[in-house]
Design a protein around this ligand. Structure first.
Ligand SMILES: [Zn+2]
Length: 224
């Protein structure tokens, strides 16, 4: 299984997303905790000669064999994980579970979930991406929207100035939390499902329309 990374940035879309994100963010009440993570991965690509910028004969033959093997197959179904602030989409195969460091490089995940405010990245807990993929499968949707993932200290401090609900030691600053929603799925259903995982913390933000999931100790809260 191979994950695809598609980057995109359109100014008008970004402005719209910022407006949506601003409505959803800034009201976060996470409690303290911590978690470790690790991961390393590889990505297979067609080899391009650095001198000519083209594939060699051998590489071309191998690439064509691989493409030929796919003729007649249905296109792979994908889940699009979309960052509302970055306007980037991480497309992952719908079939099977995704393992960070095996199916997708940890660096790709770390970069995708980076702090949109400072562009800094950190080691993202490898348990988070599979939760998003499982959620999409559970509710049979092909899009997951990320409201907030990693937050640099600077970004978190900034949010704290705007809202008393933002925790100083938020799990978001440890790369162990993600706020997300599934378009077309009521947030109360997503919340119930997230709690059933018993993975860690689950925050319910019904008026903002998203769920917070982290990998610290199991605990629950609601912010209406
Ligand atoms: Zn959160």
């Amino acid at each position: 299984m191979r994950a695809l990374f598609i980057g995109a940035s359109a100014l008008s879309a970004l402005v719209a997303a910022e407006a949506r994100g601003a409505a959803a963010s800034g009201t976060d009440a996470e409690r303290e905790g911590g978690a470790a993570k690790a991961g390393e991965g590889s990505k297979k690509e067609a080899q391009i000669s650095p001198e000519t910028g083209r594939m060699g004969d051998e590489e071309r033959a191998a690439w064509q064999r691989e493409l030929g093997g796919r003729i007649g197959e249905d296109p792979e179904e994908l889940i699009n994980i979309h960052g509302l602030w970055t306007q980037e989409t991480l497309a992952v195969p719908k079939n099977g579970d995704i393992a960070v460091g095996e199916d997708i490089a940890a660096e790709v995940v770390d970069n995708f979930f980076r702090c949109h405010f400072t562009d800094q990245s950190t080691d993202i807990d490898e348990k988070l991406l599979p939760v998003l993929v499982r959620a999409a499968k559970q509710f049979e949707v092909d899009r997951v929207e990320i409201v907030s993932a990693y937050r640099s200290e600077k970004h978190n401090l900034n949010l704290r100035k705007k809202s008393r609900h933002v925790a100083r030691n938020s799990q978001h600053t440890h790369g162990t939390a993600v706020d997300f929603r599934l378009p077309g799925v009521h947030v109360s259903r997503l919340h119930r499902w997230a709690r059933s995982l018993r993975l860690g913390g689950v925050g319910y933000y019904p008026s903002s329309g998203f769920v917070h999931v982290d990998t610290a100790e199991v605990r629950y809260w609601t912010l209406r």
